[in-house]
Write a protein that binds this ligand. Structure first.
Ligand code: URA
Length: 436
């Protein structure tokens, strides 16, 4: 006999494992409105303290996936592989990666998010392209994945609605930071996309949600196991987020920088993370025998212009100005560029990347409240990075601001965010390891 909702909450509260049927019943009841928000919140807090077994996490993920539409892309002959990043500052990888991978013959259906907390979101970056729409129907999404090779949209009301509602509750009840809840939240949406496989970029460092490699490793292991439990290929890479990725932070600035990669330019760290993740996607997509071959294919797609061609086709098909892929002048630009100068001579030892993200949000590059509007033009361009020598007065970064007051506030935050001193900066590998 099915147990009541209070019995299920009590079982988890007391540390017992729930069956797949228990979990399916709870999530179905939540979506129908039979399980109240306060009951779901109590359940989330019980999970927060008691955790979940791998089997329970798989059951929660699948129940949340099945709370809405599961997109069927099985009529598209190419393998479908997506990438997900756990989020960071300056992480614009998806914008270059998706067209590069699609140009090599693997379809990339990408349902992305907006900025969360101090981190940026792919949708906000795409919307810096004049005219670009991320609000397409699932039918149009399918068409573009088939005809262009990639499409990037936001979560619709039909996809994993249980996650959308549970996430909103977690956000205001101190239950976000729970590995099984994070895993089920991320993967329920990804498994609803109709993909064959998923490559994960799990970030660690001051700008990531997981501050240490150990925490990132635990999340990566759980994500990989649960995705595989849900029947998908999955690997994860641990990559550093102890400094912004690339040189730019802010939506238009980041999109311009990502498109630079498609022309064979752009910063080395951004290129390396993009190639690492892209190579795994090509192997998973079964168009490359190994990662060395895959890297060569990705570089060839840049060199022969085919990656940029896919990007132009995607931008045009989503209502944007395709010249954005080639011409930074298409993007909105901030009226002010103010240098953030080093206050001392020495080595740039640390960048509190969370604080850089917050400084960007405060200027309008992200949202402090869900109703805030984004200013696509504002942000930072870094001239120096961790490990570089600086002298007093050198420009560490340029602040692209709407007005003098917001530039001054950002400079105040950046001043507190960077550490300049004697000696060498700690060496942190850009790509730490692969999980799975
Ligand atoms: N991103 C999500 O989609 N869900 C979480 O719980 C955390 C990050």
């Amino acid at each position: 006999m099915a147990r009541t909702t209070p019995e299920l909450i009590a079982a988890k509260r007391d540390g017992h494992a729930l069956s797949s049927d228990d979990i399916a019943q709870l999530i179905a009841g939540f979506v129908r409105g039979d399980v109240a928000d306060y009951q779901m919140t109590a359940f989330a807090m019980a999970v927060f303290f008691r955790g979940m077994s791998p089997e329970e996490t798989v059951a929660l993920t699948l129940a949340m996936r099945d709370s809405g539409t599961v997109v069927d892309l099985s009529d598209i002959p190419a393998r479908k592989v997506d990438k997900h990043s756990t989020g960071g500052v300056g992480d614009k990888v998806s914008l270059a990666l998706a067209p590069m991978v699609a140009a090599c013959g693997v379809a990339v259906p990408m349902i992305s998010g907006r900025g969360l907390g101090h981190t940026g979101g792919t949708l906000d970056k795409l919307e810096a392209i004049p005219g670009f729409s991320v609000d397409l129907s699932i039918a149009r999404f399918r068409e573009l994945v088939r005809d262009v090779g990639t499409c990037m949209i936001g979560q619709t009301a039909e996809l994993a609605p249980a996650d959308k509602r549970l996430y909103a509750l977690r956000d205001v009840t101190a239950t976000v930071e729970s590995i099984p809840l994070i895993v089920a939240s991320i993967l329920s949406k990804k498994l609803a996309e109709g993909i064959d496989g998923l490559v994960l970029d799990v970030k660690f460092g001051s700008g990531a949600f997981m501050k240490t490699p150990e925490q990132a490793r635990a999340l990566a292991r759980n994500l990989v196991d649960v995705a595989r439990g849900g029947g998908k290929d999955c690997v994860a890479w641990l990559t550093r987020m102890d400094r912004p990725l690339g040189r730019t932070v802010g939506n238009a600035l980041e999109t311009i920088e990502a498109f630079e990669l498609l022309h064979g330019r752009g910063p080395d760290d951004l290129r390396e993370v993009t190639l690492t993740l892209g190579a795994s996607m090509l192997v998973m997509g079964r168009v490359a025998a190994d990662e060395a071959v895959a890297r060569a294919m990705l570089l060839a797609a840049v060199a022969d212009g085919s990656a940029a061609k896919v990007a132009r086709a995607m931008v045009a098909a989503q209502g944007g100005d395709p010249r954005a892929v080639d011409d930074p002048a298409v993007f909105p630009a901030a009226p002010l560029r103010v240098p953030f100068r080093a206050a001392a001579t020495g080595t740039l030892l640390t960048i509190d990347t969370h604080a850089v993200g917050i400084a960007g949000v405060e200027m309008g590059a992200g949202r402090a409240r869900t109703t805030d509007t984004i200013d696509p033009a504002v942000g930072f361009v870094f001239e120096r990075n961790v490990g570089d020598k600086v002298s007093t007065g050198d420009a560490i970064a340029w602040v692209h601001a709407r007005d003098e007051a917001s530039a001054a506030r950002a400079i105040e935050r950046l001043t507190r965010a960077v550490g300049v001193g004697e000696g060498a900066a700690e060496e942190v590998p850009l790509v730490l390891e692969r999980v799975g």
